[in-house]
Design a binder for this molecule. Sequence first.
Ligand code: AHR
Length: 511
Amino acid sequence: MYQITVNPNRSIGSIDPKIYGHFTEHAFANIQGGFFDPGHARSDELGLRRDVVECLREVKVPILRYPGGNFVSNYHWEDGVGPRAERKKRFEYAWGAVEDNQFGTAEFIQLCRATGAAPYLCCNMGTGTLDEAMNWVEYCNSDRPTHYADLRREHGFEAPFGVRYWGLGNECYGPWQMGAMDARDYAKKAMEFGKAIRFADPGAHLIACGFESDPAWNIEVVRELQHLVDGISVHHYSVDWGCFDLDDYLQLMSISQFVDELIKRVRAVIEGVTGDIEHPMKVSLDEWNMFGWLNPRVDDDRFYTLENAIVTASILNTLIRNCRVVDMANYSTFVNINGALHTTGTGLVRRPQYYVFKLFTHHMGKVLVDSEVVGEQFETEMPIDRRVSRNYLNEAAVEKGGRRRTGIETGVRRSLNYLDSVATTDAGRREIALSLVNKHPEHDLECAVDLAGGVELRGAELHTLWSAHLDDSNTEDGERVRPADPQPVRAGGSVRLCIPRHSVNVLKMRY
Ligand code: AHR
């Protein structure tokens, strides 16, 4: 029996809706054939897939990061603006592809406008110059009568695009990146890029490139940029590019704990280097997914199972729990490859993780409140991520094109709840949303939910994402993993309920 006690009167922090953001990169069928497919029966006159746009609206996407990713480190934005017929094709070094540049800055802005997402652009700090980044900001945001703002007008966009979020490079530490550099060089260069963007647009929100597994990199970046940037980015892919073992179920169930510790380590650097425990710099998990892009099965819908949905939901729980530190996260990617959606020749598959986003954005509240969860735990060994920038840079550069290392080292033992839960409220709405992720592979969990602080419960309903088998998935032939209709729950003073094995739930309680 699990005992959960929620105190809706004890607020811990505001949850930034940007934690439900997504990421899109010019790679594989992410943009071309994903969001963008001119001539397709389901596309609009611009080439945007109407059904994909509709899904982004349905999950209330708050922010979209673009254009990469590895891609951005050899991307020149001027190749992707102006009349489409005149745009140059380029060889693209990150993925070894040909980029036709038919989708560029203006198309991206129109995608954001159609979906309601805030645009988040990442600058090319690999092969790109400071000048080029400054010109991009001018093209996007300036209302002055200057060359690049006039170019935007000439391209048919009188009003500025109003891009507020700017990333200072992507994974600039990585040997797989065009123009990789060490922390010192990065910090100095990012200072100049960030400074210029701020001069051009004082309202710009700047995100420096952090390195999730190397505190030495982060220390240098925070030391140099602490007075300039609003956030530091980290990325997390659990298996394939990460260090988790896909065959070890309980280890996979510790991914959310791994992400929690990763966030806390980066925050510790911010507080340690600045000497300020209230320092406003936030952590932006601006690429994350349980899977990387290199697994041969990434395009196979059967690979995205209920198990993936459970991991995705518990990572969202972790982001909510860290709401005082994390202000943005971007699921990588929204459509195709390892994404929440998959476009097929004729239609669209909503993978299980899509419904996790929908559950959270529709039902979880905006304020994290105090809750305590007591019950059965499991013990597992989490992997150790030993990548450290300097050594890694040298070692990896000489092996297989400098891709990430494989091989899983374990050793860190953790005891974790089978039932992973966070509680939220919405100011003034007298409603609690409690996420309940049952990670147990075999057992339903009995659970009692009580409210503390003299609060009286008036009614409750349960929203559940469940399917009979952990490896159930959604394909063109049918959806096995989809939310059930909400079930009313008897609530007399407290709530008693049974949470099905391997399921994702949100319990809504009125008080
Ligand atoms: O798998 C996606 C890639 O992973 C992104 O392009 C890059 O930023 C990350 O290393």
